[in-house]
Design a protein. Sequence first.
Length: 398
Amino acid sequence: MKKNLSVLLIFLLGLTYYSYGQSNDSDQKFGISWGGFVKVDYMFDSRQNVTAREGHFLLFPANENMVNGEDLNAQANFNILAVQTRLTGKITGPDFFGMKTSGVIEGAFFGHSDSDINGFRLRHAFVKLSNEKIDIIMGQYWHPMFVTAVFPGTYSFNTGVPFQPFSRNPQLRIETKGNVRFIGAVFSERDFASRGPAGTTSKYVRDAGMPQLHAQLQFGGKEFLGGFGANLKSLRPALGEDNVTNTAFIGYMKTKLGAATFKLEGIYGENMSDLLSISGMAEATSGGYTSNRTLSVWGELSGGKDNFEWGLFSGYTKNDGFKDAVGGAMYGLAPTMDHVFRVAPRIEWKSGSMKIGLEVEYTSAQYGALASNGKDIDSTGIDSVDNVRGLVAVVYSF
């Protein structure tokens, strides 16, 4: 680990030195500027949860684990972590056949898994070509269903998961400019991958022989912004099997309500476990594989004045069952969970480059099982489980 950090620091110093040397040129053909933040999270949970990175990335409460009439998961816990600390390098350079060029390299100390926590992990790495009409992005960037203009402003790093789609993907993306904008992307999977017989891996998309496809229309500006889009994903669960084709749809809006901002988003799709939604696929009784369908909706109201800000996030996701009867193993992220609900108010004080936020996140999950028809989710006789997370976030930006 120390060796990796030493190599990283030498690399950053070298790039910084080179950028300063080049920036002395009157044309400033090349340059790189560094930014990011240091973030410390103090977390307390009222019960055990399904999470990543030692509880930092919270998805939903863990199901009951009853032993001698006692739920062992009804145990409070806490943690203090700074792994979300981030470093971003923004690069500028000479034009490419008349198009402006730029690039971003961004990483954090979130690691690739719980065993790699504190490890430096690539978040974004892309090149962008721009002119007055279009932007072309090539590299790893947000999944197009994570709309950078309309996403929750929670202090919790889950950013509204499992209601808000969350993934970063290697891609080729084209975005037009104007009052009505088209976004088109072809992309694969890497850190956020689908789940199947071989575990969580991008192999299912790679073996399908075609990339994921996305098309989206976005309209409006600062006072009101809206949009809708569709996603197509093809997976091959195992060699020798037919491809499984999944679709997903998104609609969203953001508007000003006086001094406040209101955001609303809805998603309906199949097998979206790669987007950290409760969903998955399973072996079907008719042969091959089937997928389940999930509906999610979230809304947020936020505002502030001077050095004080506030926000209220709420989300709901519902498992709509499988398309075909399940006859074998199921794969995914809680594919038989019935629904999840969350409400999370927050307040923030900020001054200069530093802010301190306080957030209370209440999440209720209703687990279930396959109904007798092998398609629907039945939660009869199963108690819901609830968690309250208290979070204090300290952020110093640079």
